[in-house]
Write a protein that binds this ligand. Structure first.
Ligand code: SAM
Length: 227
């Protein structure tokens, strides 16, 4: 099933569960927000895969001029109903419908790992960011994807479609697995200065022999001047 179809199918449920405040997504959101002190009033900010727009509301409160994009029309409709004045578009993060050097900030939470090839996503984010602009994203940690794979004989380096249980196991999506090297890649180090990398345990992750392991990570990087 196409990912946008998956998200169209459960957009309303996602939005209801999302807003309850009692899920790990909300705990992780607070951590993500705690790193946003660089967002200043008037900055042009894009939320890549903005979902139902809950985060966009917060970014607007910070004073940013907010823009959103999501593959799911249903998600975009929910986001637009929260924020009628915002520019929220249906589209893919592999091909962002914005001009180059446009944004001061590009943010994304729990989304870009759904792309089987991350290179076009980073290239697109780089293209639409101004030099000196900031990219920050949160994704499911490759260790979590690896440990929780149903096929536990799997090769870490081989991409597989894995189950991803989100929002306290209320919603199941299928997504491709990734390695750390796909995130910490040559393109990143050549074109950005990495400022923050934070890997964290996720309380909703499966317990495997009672061990804790990273469930997600946040990475922040600044687009180099003159590239
Ligand atoms: C788990 S939701 C996260 C939404 C929001 N960022 C949040 O943290 O609440 C993932 C979102 O990614 C979107 N998505 C998945 N693949 C996409 C793609 N290739 N381009 C744009 N959006 C995509 C889905 O439609 C969905 O809204």
């Amino acid at each position: 099933m196409e990912l946008s179809t998956q998200y169209n199918n459960f957009a309303k449920k996602f939005s209801e569960v999302h807003d309850t405040g009692e899920n790990s997504n909300n705990l992780n959101r607070k951590l993500f927000y705690s790193y946003l002190d660089f967002v200043k009033p008037g900055m042009k900010l894009l939320d890549v895969a903005c979902g139902d727009g809950l985060d966009l509301l917060y970014y607007k409160e910070l004073g940013a001029a907010v823009y959103g994009i999501d593959a799911s029309k249903e998600m975009v409709a929910l986001a637009q109903s929260r924020m009628p004045d915002a520019d929220i578009r249906t589209g893919l993060f592999e091909s962002l419908p914005f001009e180059e050097n446009f944004f001061d900030v590009v943010l994304s939470k729990y989304a870009i790992m759904t792309s089987s090839d991350l290179k076009p996503v980073f290239k697109e984010v780089h293209r639409v960011l101004k030099p000196g602009g900031v990219m920050m994203y949160l994704v499911t940690h490759p260790f979590r994807q690896y440990f929780e794979k149903k096929d536990n004989t799997a090769d870490y380096f081989e991409q597989q479609i894995v189950d991803s249980n989100i929002l306290n196991n209320t919603i199941l999506v299928k997504e491709p697995s990734h390695t750390m090297n796909e995130y910490l890649n040559d393109f990143l180090f050549k074109n950005f200065d990495v400022q923050l990398f934070d890997e964290q345990w996720d309380p909703s992750a499966e317990q495997i022999d009672g061990k804790k392991y990273p469930g997600f990570f946040i990475l922040k990087a600044v687009k180099r001047q003159g590239i």
